[in-house]
Design a protein around this ligand. Sequence first.
Ligand SMILES: [Zn+2]
Length: 234
Amino acid sequence: MQDEVRALLILQDRDRRLLALAKDLLKLPQDETRAKAKLAGDEAAVAKAHQALVDCELRVKKIELDAETRRTTIKRLKLQQFETRKNEEFVALGHEITRYEKDLDEFETQELVAMEEVDGFRAKLKAAEAALAQTRKLVDEDLASIAQRHAKMEADRAEVLVERDRLSLDVPESLIPLYQRLMKIKDGLAVAPMREGKCGGCHMKLIASTVMKVTSGREIAQCEDCGRILYADD
Ligand SMILES: [Zn+2]
């Protein structure tokens, strides 16, 4: 193999590593999004449990208000009853008081039931919050590991970049533009092996003169189909 092709191959190896690193780096934001998405379900559960608690507390307040209204009414009716001198009115007021007291009794029972429900909803909210905290811990670990991978890849990239710049000095300057153009348009593979008379890049059978050119190794040979620079790998 010619020295310049060997130098190109080594350069291509580093460039391919850089391409792979760039591709992996592009995937990191997706990994981050995926990790954070795990929180959404637990966050929704906490919001739902919180809403249920608030609704129930409001219900307790409403029952309390209703009960309080009845108490005020009963007080007023009792005063009226105390003040009246008409026996008929006294009896009628007594009936009304009994009716309101029954109402009040009903509301007090409802209030007790609703307060127990509040306790239940509070416990459910606590459980949902604990589950969210647990998930958040896992997600934070995921995010930390992603950040670690990110830092490692950036360090690798910086290292390989320095190396590739040094190695590019071993390649004749006249070959660089062709190499770079091929890297760009041929999927990061500018230099390909020739195996059994075929181009290792596009797998097309090469014409005899190209095979000869590659085998002799005296000049740069390119695949007549895809244009890749070829070397003998037999
Ligand atoms: Zn080819």
